[in-house]
Design a protein around this ligand. Structure first.
Ligand code: C2E
Ligand code: MG
Ligand code: MG
Length: 582
């Protein structure tokens, strides 16, 4: 090694000789010098011989000298220029190598030339890229498990945190440790220990949702990053899945090995904003989980109780349909002028045996997040249509049945067919069904929304825009959607008598809806003053506690009967006020 560095190879002797001269340090200069001398020495010799051999006059000698000089200068300049460009690939390859060494920049050289210098460039590019891949792998991945190591995990975490901040959402970081790994290794040997780790990795990878990251943080510790928490309750869901999959026994070299794990969880924006803070807090939570014998633990206590509670609720909600704990209540909508019931809104109720009545505002977001809403929404639609038919069969005049549609239902590709099928099965006319959608739902995918709503509308179903005024209130889109009714959100009613701003907005909404020839419903009318306001300003329909709370089908049957076949002169509105609230 030493001698090869100091005794130049045979072909390098001349190069080595030239390198001694400080004046020609550059390789390019060496070539130029050789080319220059190689052409000038023979030329000048020839020239001197020519002058000496012919006794020319001084004038002729000067003439020839000038011609010879010009010819040599032009010839040399062109040769040197050509050499300079021919040497460019060598110089650039050398530069590319230097850039990789100093800045790890991958070379960008052409790879399609096939002569010696062409292959030098191509080989440099390929070698450096392969080398770089290998280096990146060694630096960022764990050899035993093949998973990203702590360094890469933290890099990915930093990127995900930045993205989550831009999107204004949270991400979850989990640290998972096997509980008895040391014992297994001590009892069964390190090769079984390694085998166990590889098997654990396999199972964890299989349980990992799309876009989540699993990393090996050393010894028996794993890191998990969930970049998106759509509803934070799916974090405990994932933690539980990971624990469950590890808890199943492993068959290693013929012996059955059982293990378990603990998990600590930190949520960005609650428990820290940097990768280090989050990892540290997830580790703290892990230690707490291990100390207290919990399987998983959130770093912040509020989050812990909140999510545990949510998980329990979600669990019970899963059984609600099968156990017949769901019912539908109906809230009438009245014509402002005649004060007759013209529509009813079907509102889902969950009567939990332990918790009592759970508000839809609490359980619908959960059902939305885990997809249960699809089944529930369809059940509500079917139940409401059946009820509508019961009223028709009892000889009551047709009224519209309004059913709320959730975003998840709206995303179903076969939604229109499903609804058409329910109408056909129950015998309800499409004109008697109204679907309530929100702006947020429609804005998710405007083109799809217009198409689906149009199809539903073409069937004869009416469309109501629920909670109007709270979302985008995009007037631009309003005229493009096939909407029949605008329901002014109840928040406006609350302040109508006291807040001049709400008065102005409500008047503007009414004016807008009138110009678009939409039916206007005021939601949440609770007092006489509120009713008088909306009546005076031209709302077509009203819904609210002033007239009736949502009530059971039986109570609503009585209301409809008294509304349409009044034995007394009292309006249904007045009668309902005396009924027991929902
Ligand atoms: P929403 O569609 O805007 O329903 C109106 C809500 O306002 C109902 O609450 C109703 O009880 C309440 N309300 C009616 N009049 C008054 C009033 O005068 N004052 C006050 N303060 N409140 C009044 P609920 O039944 O708790 O439903 C809450 C939300 O849950 C509904 O808002 C709807 O978005 C959702 N929801 C209910 N049932 C279903 C369903 O079957 N499917 C879907 N996707 N969502 C539903
Ligand atoms: Mg509604
Ligand atoms: Mg509403």
């Amino acid at each position: 090694m030493y001698s090869s560095m100091h005794t130049p190879l045979k072909n390098l002797r001349f190069y080595s000789f030239l390198s001694r001269f400080n004046l020609v340090r550059s390789y390019k200069l060496k070539i130029m010098l050789v080319a220059f001398l190689g052409t000038h020495v023979p030329l000048l010799t020839l020239f001197a011989f020519f002058i000496a051999a012919n006794s020319l006059s001084f004038e002729s000698t000067v003439k020839i000298l000038i011609i010879a000089l010009i010819a040599t200068l032009v010839g040399t300049a062109l040769t040197l220029l050509a050499l300079d460009t021919l040497l460019a690939p060598v110089v650039q390859t050398s530069l590319a190598l230097r850039n990789y060494l100093n800045q790890s920049a991958l070379p960008k050289l052409p790879t399609h030339f096939t002569d010696e210098v062409g292959t030098l460039m191509a080989d440099t590019v390929h070698t450096i890229r392969n080398l770089d891949d290998a280096i990146q792998y060694i630096v960022h991945y764990d050899n035993l498990t093949g998973l990203p190591n702590q360094l890469l995990f933290q890099k990915q975490l930093q990127q995900a945190i930045a993205q989550a901040e831009r999107d204004n959402r949270s991400l979850a970081v989990m640290v998972l440790r096997l509980n008895n790994f040391e014992n297994v290794r001590n009892a069964l040997g390190s090769s079984v220990g390694e085998l166990l780790l590889r098997n654990v990795v396999q199972r964890l990878s299989d349980a990992m949702p799309k876009h989540s990251v699993l990393a090996f943080l050393g010894s028996d510790v794993f890191g998990v990053m969930q970049p998106e928490i759509t509803a934070s309750h799916n974090v405990p869901g994932l933690a539980q899945d990971l624990l469950d999959t590890i808890a199943k026994p492993f068959s290693l070299n013929g012996s059955e090995v059982s293990t378990s794990a603990s998990i600590g969880i930190a949520i960005s924006s609650f428990d820290g904003v940097t990768d280090e803070q989050l990892l540290q807090n997830a580790n703290t939570a892990l230690k707490q989980a291990e100390r207290q014998g919990h399987h998983y633990q959130f770093y912040s206590l509020e989050m812990n109780t909140l999510l545990q509670e949510r998980l329990a609720l979600e669990n019970e909600l899963g059984y609600a349909l099968i156990r017949n704990e769901l019912t539908v209540h109906y809230q009438p909508r009245f014509d402002t002028r005649t004060q007759r019931i013209v529509a009813v809104e079907a509102l889902l109720r969950w009567q939990n045996p332990v918790r009592g009545l759970v508000s839809p505002a609490t359980f619908i977001p959960i059902a939305e997040a885990n997809g249960l809403i699809l089944e529930m929404g369809e059940w509500v639609l079917k139940t409401a249509c059946q009820q509508s038919q019961i009223w028709r069969s009892a000889g009551l005049p047709p009224i519209r049945m309004a059913v709320n549609l959730s975003a998840r239902q709206f995303e179903q590709p076969d939604l229109v067919e499903r609804i058409a099928q329910i109408l056909a099965q129950t015998g309800v006319e499409a004109s008697c069904l109204e679907l309530e959608v929100t702006e947020g739902l429609m804005m998710k995918n405007v083109t799809h929304s217009i198409a689906s709503l149009q199809q539903l509308h073409d069937l004869g179903i009416s469309i109501a825009l629920d909670d109007f005024g709270t979302g985008y209130s995009s007037l631009n889109y309003l005229s493009r959607f096939p909407i029949d009714t605008l329901k002014i959100d109840q928040s406006f009613m609350r302040n109508i008598v006291t807040n001049p701003d709400d008065v102005v907005i409500t008047k503007a909404i009414i004016a807008l809806a009138t110009s678009l020839q939409l039916n206007i419903t005021a939601e949440g009318v609770e007092t006489k003053e509120q009713f008088e306001f909306v009546e005076a300003h031209g709302c077509d329909e009203v819904q609210g506690y002033y007239f009736s709370r949502p009530v059971t089908a039986d109570v609503l049957t009585q209301l409809l009967e008294s509304n349409y076949f009044p034995e007394s002169h009292l309006s249904a509105a007045v009668q309902t006020r005396n009924l027991i609230p929902d």
